[in-house]
Design a protein around this ligand. Structure first.
Ligand code: RM4
Ligand code: MN
Ligand code: MN
Length: 424
C-alpha cells in the first residue's frame, strides 16, 4: 500500500488555516527560524524492522491485524510512515528476524519509497532452529570458545548482509550475563567479550562502525556483561576508533541521569547514537515521549550543545533509531507518535538561548539557568515541526491522516487479520 501525495495534500488542506495561525504565533519569537526549520527538515529517525508488528510480552501477544508478513511488507509500512512524516527515511534490520534474501531487489524496493538501510543488528540472544550450539549461557562472553566463535561468525555474516544493503554500522546488543551470584567470573566474561568483539571489529569494512549497546538487566537478572555505559565505553576504547557506545533510553536503572551520560560520551567522541523509546520501570520499550518527555528534551539539549561544540552535523553524525515494542497500539501509529516526540524535543533544544545559558552558568545563576531551560521546553514547538514536515510534502497531522486514509483497514484487507510479523 502506498500513500499518495494528493491524499496528504487534501488532508493538509483541512488544517491549513489553523496551522498557519499557530505557526505565525510561535515563529515570531524564534530568532533563527530558517535554520531551525532546515535542521528539522534534515532530521530523520530510523525505523526498526522489528517494531512493525504488535509486540508481545512473555504472557501473550495480541495481534492488531494487517501485520507485515515479509521484509517487503515491512518496507512498505516504513514507506507509509515516511510519506506521512517525511522524517523516517531509513530502516534498521535485525538479523535473522529479517534476512534480505535478495539484497538488490530489497534495496530497489526501499529506494522506490525513499528509504535506505541504517545499522544492521545481530541476534545472539536467541537460539535459531538450525543452530549448532546454544546461547543459553551467553554468546560472545561464553566459557566455551566454540560458542563464542559461532556468535562471532554470526556477527560477521550480519556485516555481509549490511554491506549488500549499503548499510555502514553493526549494532551489537548482548543478553550475556548471569542469573545468580557465583555463576560467572566477571573478569573472564568481560575478556571473552572483548576478544570476540575484536574479531568482529577486524571484519568491519573501512567505512564501517560497530555500536556497542549496554543494558543493566533482563533477560539475565543478576549481572549483564555489558551492563552500563562504563563497561561499553571500556570495550569501545579498547577496540578502537570504529567502536562507540549506543544509548538505548530504556537501558538504565530508574532515575539515572541519562543526559549526563550522553554529554560525556559525546565529549569523548564515543557516542554512537540512540535507540529511542520511553520507560517507566525498565526496558519497557514504550512510545518515545509518552512517559518522560522532559528527560528526552534534556537529552537533546545536551546533544545540540555537545554536537555544536564538536562541529558535528546533527542529522548525519550520530545514529538516530527507534527501538520500541507496541503491545496495545497500532505499530505504525506508535512509530508516528515516537518520531514526532523526538522531533519536538529536538526543536525545543534548537531554540534554547545558548548564549544566555552560558552566561547564567558562568555566573552560577541557577534560577536564570532553569528559566532558560524551561522557557524552551514550555514553548509549543509543534507548529515548527509541522511546518518543516509540510515543506517536505508530509502531513500536518500524520496520525490523523493515517486514520483518515484508512491505511490499517486497507492493510488488513490485503494481508488478513491474523498475520504475525517477525520481531519482538
Ligand atoms: C534489547 C535491545 C536491543 C534490541 C532487542 C530486541 O533489549 O534493546 O537493541 O535489538 O532488545
Ligand atoms: Mn535497543
Ligand atoms: Mn531494549
Amino acid at each position: 500500500m502506498k500513500v499518495e501525495q494528493f491524499k496528504i495534500d487534501e488532508s493538509n488542506h483541512q488544517h491549513k488555516n489553523e496551522h498557519q495561525r499557530k505557526f505565525d504565533y510561535v515563529a515570531a519569537d524564534v530568532a533563527n527560524l530558517d535554520e531551525v526549520l532546515q535542521k528539522l527538515a534534515a532530521f530523520n529517525i530510523t525505523i526498526p524492522s522489528w517494531a512493525l508488528g504488535t509486540g508481545g510480552t512473555r504472557f501473550g501477544r495480541f495481534s492488531g491485524g494487517g501485520e507485515p508478513r515479509s521484509l517487503e511488507e515491512k518496507i512498505e509500512d516504513v514507506g507509509v510512515i515516511h510519506a506521512l512524516n517525511r522524517s523516517s527515511d531509513s530502516v534498521s534490520l535485525h538479523i535473522p528476524w529479517d534476512i534480505p534474501e535478495n539484497a538488490a531487489s530489497i534495496k530497489a524496493l526501499a529506494a522506490q519509497v525513499g528509504l535506505r538501510f541504517d545499522a544492521v543488528n545481530s541476534n545472539t540472544f536467541q537460539d535459531q532452529k538450525d543452530q549448532q550450539l546454544s546461547y543459553k549461557f551467553g554468546s560472545l562472553h561464553h566459557v566455551d570458545k566454540a560458542v563464542r566463535k559461532q556468535a562471532v561468525e554470526h556477527n560477521i555474516q550480519v556485516i555481509k548482509y549490511g554491506v549488500e544493503l549499503g548499510s555502514n554500522a553493526l549494532s551489537v546488543w548482548l543478553s550475556d550475563g548471569s542469573n545468580f551470584p557465583g555463576q560467572l567470573n566477571f573478569r573472564k566474561a568481560f575478556q571473552n567479550t572483548l576478544e570476540s568483539l575484536k574479531e568482529i571489529y577486524e571484519a568491519l569494512p573501512d567505512d564501517w562502525k560497530v555500536w556497542v549497546e549496554y543494558k543493566p538487566y533482563e533477560p539475565n537478572f543478576y549481572s549483564t556483561t555489558i551492563g552500563d555505559w562504563g563497561q561499553s565505553l571500556l570495550l569501545a576504547n579498547k577496540l578502537g576508533a570504529k567502536a562507540s557506545t549506543l544509548v538505548d533510553l530504556g537501558h538504565h536503572l530508574p532515575n539515572t541521569n541519562i543526559e549526563q551520560i550522553v554529554a560525556l560520551l559525546l565529549m569523548e567522541g564515543k557516542l554512537a547514537g540512540f535507540h529511542f523509546n520511553d520507560s517507566k520501570y525498565g526496558d519497557d520499550d514504550l512510545t518515545v515521549g509518552s512517559i518522560n518527555p522532559y528527560q528526552l528534551y534534556l537529552i537533546f539539549n545536551e546533544l545540540v550543545e555537545g554536537m555544536d561544540a564538536r562541529g558535528m552535523n546533527h542529522a548525519k553524525d550520530l545514529g538516530w533509531m527507534i527501538d520500541a515494542s507496541h503491545n496495545v497500539k497500532d505499530p505504525v501509529e506508535d512509530l508516528l507518535q515516537s518520531v514526532e516526540a523526538i522531533k519536538i524535543a529536538y526543536a525545543q533544544a534548537l531554540i534554547v538561548d545558548r548564549a544566555a545559558l552560558l552566561e547564567a552558568q558562568n555566573n552560577n545563576d541557577v534560577v536564570r539557568a532553569q528559566e532558560i531551560i524551561q522557557e524552551a521546553y514550555r514553548t509549543d514547538v509543534r507548529p515548527l515541526v509541522a511546518e518543516a514536515r509540510l515543506r517536505q510534502g508530509g502531513a500536518l497531522k500524520p496520525v490523523e491522516a493515517y486514520r483518515q486514509l484508512a491505511v490499517r483497514e486497507e492493510l488488513i484487507k490485503e494481508r488478513g487479520s491474523k498475520t504475525v510479523a517477525t520481531g519482538l
